[in-house]
Design a protein around this ligand. Structure first.
Ligand code: FE2
Ligand code: FE2
Length: 278
């Protein structure tokens, strides 16, 4: 490889590193900011300390989000590396806060509070995912494609299954049709999670191009219909056409997470078709 090609490759890689990092931070810092809001809304009036902590995380991630939008893909990779480390610390902080809250709920220290334990656990898994992604980016370690496909799908399918459960439980029980639909999505995604876990346990023999391709196709079909269901629910909630205790921002939040999963599936699909696996 000539000196010039090597240099061009390095420039290209650092360009990718900057773009990838900013994309992750822009998406997930907004998500973390919103989690802080949802947690706060679920606390009781007397939980002033927890409310204060949640507010601090809200402002912290709001600042991070603003900063990520002020940076461009031409930013200095060193500066982005430092930014990633800083954001990773913030993500660790909110992860620990969520686990602490989960502990308080599960030991019945917050009777009457309105955050489901599964929702708190779920948001902590998302924080952990964000934290690990930034660490991977900074260490320049990319998982082999076949491993990444299975791992990301196991993670996101479970996230989608949880969303269906939250929607089902936060809709008013009198919205029988919608509650039924949410329950069907929950069952569908539970099945997909098990399928993904089975494929994972059959690794590496299961990592053939046809199997991975079919796996992605099947998941995409279900995620598209869940995404559409979430979009409908979001619109109905915004227009105040259905009875629920779902915050309109939560409805939009879970819709955006489904969109994110779809983008990831499409990205994998395009990489997969460009490579040979056997
Ligand atoms: Fe979330
Ligand atoms: Fe989520």
């Amino acid at each position: 490889m000539s000196e010039n090609t090597q240099e061009a490759n390095m420039r290209n890689n650092s360009g990718m590193f900057v773009a990838r990092s900013l994309d992750e931070i822009r998406f997930w810092s907004r998500i973390m900011k919103e989690h802080s809001l949802f947690l706060r809304l679920g606390f009781r009036c007397e939980d002033t300390q927890l409310i204060e902590e949640a507010n601090q995380f809200f402002h912290l991630f709001e600042r991070i989000e603003q900063q990520s939008h002020s940076l461009t893909n031409q930013a200095d990779p060193e500066q982005i590396r430092r930014f990633n480390t800083e954001v990773q610390q913030a993500a660790t902080g909110i992860f620990l806060f969520k686990r602490k809250v989960l502990g308080l709920i599960l030991t019945c220290k917050l009777p009457g509070a309105n955050n489901f334990p599964l929702l708190v656990d779920h948001t902590s898994r998302e924080a952990n995912y964000f934290r690990k992604r930034l660490k991977e980016l900074n260490e320049g370690k990319l998982k082999p494609l076949a491993d990444a496909i299975i791992k990301e799908n196991v993670f996101f399918l479970r996230i989608m299954a949880d969303h269906a459960k939250f929607i089902g439980h936060l809709l008013d029980p009198s919205e029988r049709k919608l509650v039924d639909m949410a329950r069907n999505f929950s069952n569908d995604f539970d099945q997909l999670v098990f399928q993904a876990v089975d494929l994972e346990s059959m690794k590496p023999q299961s990592q053939t191009a046809p199997l991975l391709d079919q796996f992605l196709d099947q998941n995409r079909v279900s995620v598209v219909s869940l995404r559409d269901f979430k979009k409908t629910a979001r619109d109905l909630i915004e227009e105040c056409k259905i009875k629920s205790i779902i915050h309109p921002l939560l409805a939009d939040h879970v819709f955006r997470e489904a969109e994110r999963f779809l983008e990831i599936i499409d990205m994998f699909e395009s990489h997969l078709t460009g490579e040979t696996y056997n």
